[in-house]
Design a protein around this ligand. Structure first.
Ligand code: 2DT
Length: 212
């Protein structure tokens, strides 16, 4: 690898509506960075493999019902249970490409009518991403892409609300990518931005915490 002992990995988060292309783009970034000799892992939230993750998965597939606040805290707990592993990996020089993070947590729960600040509170102290890539697509366009699956949030009306809350959460550090472009064009733009950030983190940019 290209890492020396004291260089850390980058925490790179992909966000966006359902069907915006996050998952395919994450899986394209992975071999790209690996091919350049970087240590890299692909993560996603919710992580459905843990016991908390299994509760979340049952909820999303409508096999269980939970109060909106309760499921919000479970999504947050699912990030907290991975926090120390995340820090260990980053400090060991591994770059993490993460498909959804706290911004999904806040945007989706706020879209149900829960107060934004309440939604942010349990996320305070989680590791802040070095880079947030927002794959921007109008909800109507996303809905046209092979349609939604059968999970709880996969409805146009709800996705419209989520888009509004992503809008409120985004700050000037986010990189907004037009996700209506071809897969190849989006991939090309992501590669440039991501590589730049990986190198900055290797040079010793300190880790920071949410929300900052
Ligand atoms: P996937 O389809 O990407 O597996 O997402 N969600 C996700 C939340 O409501 N809160 C969260 O904290 C996270 C990470 C977004 C499953 C759905 O779960 C939503 C879509």
């Amino acid at each position: 690898g290209v890492n020396n002992n004291d260089s850390r990995g980058a925490l790179i988060v992909l966000e966006g509506l359902d069907r915006c292309g996050k998952t395919s783009q994450s899986s394209r970034l992975f071999p790209y960075l690996e091919g350049l000799g970087h240590s890299v892992e692909l993560w996603r939230f919710p992580d459905r493999s843990t016991s908390v993750g299994k509760m979340i998965s049952a909820y999303l597939s409508n096999q269980s019902q939970l109060d909106d606040h309760t499921i919000h805290l479970l999504f947050s707990a699912n990030r907290w249970e991975k926090r120390s592993m995340m820090e260990t990996k980053l400090k060991a020089g591994t770059t993490l490409i993460v498909d959804r993070y706290s911004y999904s947590g806040v945007a989706f729960s706020s879209a149900k009518g829960i107060d934004v600040e309440w939604c942010k509170a349990p996320e305070i102290g989680l590791l802040a991403p070095d880079l947030v890539l927002y794959l921007d697509i109008p909800p109507e366009k996303a809905a046209e892409r092979g349609g939604y699956g059968s999970e709880r949030y996969e409805h146009l009306d709800f996705q419209r609300k989520v888009a509004q809350y992503y809008q409120i959460l985004r700050d000037s550090s986010w990189k907004i990518i037009d996700a209506c472009q071809s897969i190849e064009e989006v991939e090309k733009q992501l590669r440039e931005i991501v590589l730049d950030h990986v190198i900055t983190c290797h040079k010793g940019k300190p880790l920071s915490l949410l929300w900052s």
